[in-house]
Design a protein around this ligand. Sequence first.
Ligand code: F6P
Length: 323
Amino acid sequence: MKRVAVLTSGGDAPGMNAAIRAVVRAGIAKGWEMYGVRLGYKGLIEGRISQLGVRDVGGIMQRGGTVLGSARCLEFKTKEGQIQAIRSMNQLGIEALVVIGGNGSQTGANALRLNDFPVVGVASTIDNDLFGSDITIGVDTALNIALEAIDRLKTTASSHQRAFLLEVMGRDCGYLALMSAIAGGAEMVVIPEVETEPEEVVQAIWRAYEAGKAHAIIVVAEGAKYNANRLAAYCEEHQERLGFLLRATQLGHVQRGGNPGAFDRILATRLGAAAIDQIEKGEYGVLMGWIKNEATATPLEEVVAKKKPLDMKLYELAKVLDR
Ligand code: F6P
């Protein structure tokens, strides 16, 4: 009988619980013993591993976050930390590990692979910046939260004839900002992939004012060179050229906290179950991601070496539509 463990790591994402549930139940269905690791790689180093049964993962699918807990762990970046983590698993006879997470987490999974430990990743991050998955667990829910924020801001912005800078998450990637700007009908989007000067934002706000709009909404990715606060400082110095009064709002971790929608629950369930199939085949050292509507394995080596590009056609489309 196989013994397999699962952990969640890095920034949590709505849908992680559905992935844990699928991994545990699909493993048990194969007659394996399944284990959960508390607090990601930190818990792995500390040996915080316990067996999970089918009932232990009942009633968790609809909850945001991760019941296993998550952490960003510096110690795991060291060889000693990695050896200690493998030792913790060896002590319990665990033969394979499923790592649910984004770029940092899959870099950790790749380190285990390089230490010859059998590992399979599951693509999960709200940023959607992971190579090897067209869409990752959590993105759809986070996007809908950002979209709701835009819709709400539009209402109050129109009442007061205001412009709003809305900062959404995305450390190095403008996906959430771009997609929420398109779906929310924003006047402009500022993303890390395109260098945007603060003066361009002033001009976009003024264009909206001149066009007779009741408001202007500018969506800003947190990873852009000029974030919402910096843009607000510049815009306020040029208030007389804005037309509208300006306010800035940072959505922050609110985006990560929602209960997962149907899309994320199903995606997470399929990727979690696919990770178990992969372990059954004995094909380790890969990330299970969603490519062309199918669960697909990509070598971790490739996942950590390549940057996922943003579809710039969508950025051009946003510019066409923002008039
Ligand atoms: O990786 C997901 C993410 O939410 C990023 O968008 C954001 O920059 C980061 O995590 C925030 O990290 P933390 O929760 O550690 O502050």
